[in-house]
Write a protein that binds this ligand. Sequence first.
Ligand code: SF4
Length: 348
Amino acid sequence: MNVSKIIHAWYLENKRDLPWRNTREPYIIWLSEIILQQTRVNQGLPYFERFIKRFPTVESLARASQEEIFRLWQGLGYYRRAENLYKTAKIVAFERNGHFPSTYRELLLLPGIGPYTASAIASFAFDEPVPVLDGNVFRVLARITGNDTPVNSHAGKKVFTNLAKSLLDVRNPALHNQAMMEFGALQCVPGRPACNMCPVQKTCVAFQTRQVLKLPVKNPPKKSVKRFLHFLLARNGKKIYIQKRTENDIWKNLYQLPLLETKKKEAIKTVQNKMIKVFGLSSPPVFIKEVKHVLTHRILHIGFWETEEALPAFEAVEWKDIDKFGFPAPLAGFLENARNMTNFENYK
Ligand code: SF4
C-alpha cells in the first residue's frame, strides 16, 4: 500500500466528527475554512456554529450589516478575514445568484480566497484534483519525505506543492486532502508525535533518519514592530465616545475609543500633555492601565486613559448600545469591564 492509501485508511478510522465534514455544500466549506485560518479547531468551532445558525445561507450573510458580522467575529482576530468574508458573500449572493464558482482558478478571484482555501473548496465541494497545503500538510510532507527546504520560503512553497501533487489521489481528492490535513492535526503533530504508533513509520524518512523534531524547517519569522496606542475613555453621563477605524491599518472598519499613538514609550505626564492638546481637554486624563497585545509581526502596548469631558468630534454612543459595534479584542475586554464598573445611578 502506498503512503496516501495508508493515510486514507487511518483517516477513516480516526477522523473527528466536525460539522463541516460530510458536506459538499460550498458555502459551509468556505465559511469553515475562512474561520479556521490561523485558528485552532477548538477555538473556531463555536464561531462557526454561531455564524451558521445566524446565517444559514450565503444570501443571509450578504444581507447582514458589517457591524453585525464584526461583532460575531469579535475575539477571532485577523479582521481582514471578516471583511473579505462579507465582500465574497455579497459577490456570490448578488452577482452569482448564490452559486460559488466551482473551479480552483475562479475561486481564487474572490476576496479572501487564497490558494489554500481555493483548493479546499474546489476539492471538497467539487472534486477538483488540486492538493490542499496547510501547515499540517507541510509538516507531514516534510517529515515523510525528509525534505528540509524551509516551508515558509518561496522555494519551499514550490517544492512542497509538487510533492503534494505527486501524492494526490486524483480519483478522490476530497478524501485525500481531508485525510492529509487530519493526519497532520492528530497524528503527525508538532513537538513529539507518537511515531511508534504511526502507520507510515516504515516509509517515513524523518523517522527512519531520526530527523522528526528537526522537520519541517522554517525560516525565522520577521522581527515584530512595537506600537504604542493610548485609548481615551471619555465618559459623558450614560454616553462614551467612539470612532470607526477607516485607515488601511490593523483593525480596519472596527470601532475604537479616541486614539493617540506615540512613536515610543512615553512617560505618563508626556502622554497626558499630548492628549490635552490632541483632544482639547481642559485637565489631564487619568491613566488606568496598560496591556500588551500581540498580533502577527506587531506587539501592541495599549494604554487606557479616562476623562469625564465631552469629545464632540467623536461619535457619542450610550453604554447600552455598545454591543452593536465591533471592537478589537483588547478594547472589547476593556469596555466590558468599564461598563460593569459604571454606576449608572449617578447619571440619573
Ligand atoms: Fe509523522 Fe512520526 Fe508518522 Fe513520520 S513516523 S509521519 S514523523 S508521526
